[in-house]
Design a protein around this ligand. Structure first.
Ligand SMILES: Cc1cc2nc3c(=O)[nH]c(=O)nc-3n(C[C@H](O)[C@H](O)[C@H](O)COP(=O)(O)O)c2cc1C
Length: 190
């Protein structure tokens, strides 16, 4: 797929087929992530590929957390939908959790987070080029303690994002651009 076709066609996928992603495809995608730019060339990203009972545990923990968080939502159908996605991540066979080095120093922390974000976007675009779906998620990090416990992640790491990954079982419409003609988003200065 042409690079721009990948950029324009990548969507947040929230429903997946149960089929497993072959390991060689996963490694190809991680390799694209591993070629991202990084602050001080530290390449400070790490990924955990989660499946089976550990993935179920993360879903159960996030769903329990979300039940409280959505308790006052009036729209019950929306709430059910949200809780279902929280519990099984749209039926994806895998989750990928992205981590970086933890830092208490603000500018270092920012650099680590941005480096992993660059790698994560490479990963999402490479997955799309391979016909796979993903959904960048930070919502589950609200249940950070639960995820740390389930995956045995220490305080020296910061959780950055996670994504389900698998073959899409939906084709979402592309959301409109807020500023399609880029009149407000860019300021040209001479
Ligand atoms: C930093 C970030 C956090 C996000 N967190 C969530 C999330 O917790 N749950 C979710 O369903 N989608 C999440 N998304 C996906 C966005 O909702 C999605 O990218 C946006 O609606 C645009 O749709 P598109 O990705 O199909 O273009 C997140 C995206 C980003 C970049």
């Amino acid at each position: 797929m042409d690079f721009y076709d990948v950029v324009y066609s990548r969507r947040a996928i929230r429903q997946y087929k149960p089929d497993m992603v072959p390991q060689e495809i996963l490694l190809k995608i991680f390799n694209a992530a591993n070629w991202a730019p990084s602050g001080m060339n530290m390449q400070q990203w790490e990924f955990i590929v989660v499946s089976g009972s550990k993935k179920n545990q993360i879903g159960e923990s996030y769903a329990r957390f979300s039940e409280k968080y959505t308790a006052d939502w009036d729209d019950q159908a929306r709430r059910e939908n949200f809780l279902k996605f929280a519990r099984n991540f749209g039926g994806s066979p895998l989750l990928i959790v992205a981590l970086t080095k933890a830092s208490k120093e603000n500018s270092m922390r920012k650099m680590h987070l941005e480096s992993v974000s660059a790698a994560f976007e490479n990963l999402l675009l490479a997955a799309c080029a391979e016909g796979l779906g993903t959904c960048w998620m930070t919502g589950p990090l609200q249940d950070e303690a639960g995820i740390r416990k389930i995956l045995d992640i220490g305080d020296d790491k910061e959780l950055v994002a996670l994504t389900p990954i698998g073959y899409p079982d939906m084709t979402p419409a592309a959301p409109d651009r807020v500023d399609p003609e880029l009149k407000a988003k860019i300021r040209w200065v001479e």
